[in-house]
Design a protein around this ligand. Structure first.
Ligand SMILES: [Zn+2]
Length: 232
């Protein structure tokens, strides 16, 4: 702990001309770390340095997403409000990839709408009790990528915030929601293809049985979590 305070004190003392350079100093051994994008270097209110694997609130990094956090309402398959408030927490590396993907959607006049992000393990257990089918809900014994801060449920909206047609609503548990299901109008197949193409270009992996679910690559190596975010 003492070292963390030392590092933070030096961080405050060393105000560089180039704001993208952060000087970390520990006793006599000064180390210099360059960050390519200062946007993502942030000292939060608890005065801890945020790293790529830290959980962050996406609103602190971008206002370019629509948030429709279904589990903060009763409008979900649990028919229960299981989040105290509608916030989207993810690991910082997931947020960075999502922002990059969103910028690509914007080029076509679209942007992303998020339905679910990090999900506490206790909520996963509740979901598993209702739908004990790994095709649709991950077994909490293994943990979902949502519990690791690396998964997002999302869709595409147009400039007016209107969802484009994906053939089924979010959390539709049936074969029609699968990427492999082809018996859908051409436009729906095109829309799903667009979502998948851009997400895959930004380090995400699709999930066969749910068109809305994307995992950040390698996120399965991160530990599961059960923290609850603060509500104002
Ligand atoms: Zn999901």
């Amino acid at each position: 702990m003492k070292n963390i305070f030392l590092i933070l004190s030096f961080f405050l003392l060393f105000s560089c001309q180039n704001s993208k350079t952060l000087v970390l100093a520990e006793n006599k051994n000064a180390a210099k770390t360059n960050f390519t994008d200062a946007t993502f270097v942030k000292v939060n209110t608890e005065q801890t340095i945020v790293s790529d694997t830290s959980f962050v609130n996406i609103r602190d990094y971008s206002s370019g997403f629509e948030l429709d956090m279904k589990y903060a309402t009763k409008d979900n398959f649990l028919n229960a409000k299981v989040y105290d408030c509608a916030e989207c927490y993810l690991r910082l590396k997931t947020v960075k990839s999502l922002i990059a993907a969103n910028e690509d959607f914007l080029k076509s006049g679209y942007h992303l709408k998020l339905f679910d992000c990090y999900r506490p393990l206790s909520v996963q257990k509740r979901m598993w009790k209702i739908v004990s089918d790994p095709q649709y809900v991950a077994d909490p014994a293994k943990g979902s990528i949502h519990n690791r801060g690396g998964a997002v449920d999302l869709t595409i909206v147009d400039a007016d915030g209107k969802e484009i047609d994906m053939g089924t609503p979010f959390d539709f548990f049936g074969e029609k929601a699968s990427h492999n299901y082809q018996n859908l109008p051409e436009k729906v197949l095109e829309n799903r293809k667009l979502l998948k193409k851009i997400m895959l270009q930004h380090n995400f992996l699709s999930f066969d049985s749910e068109w809305w679910h994307y995992n950040l690559k390698d996120a399965s190596h991160d530990p599961v979590s059960d923290f609850r975010w603060k509500c104002e």
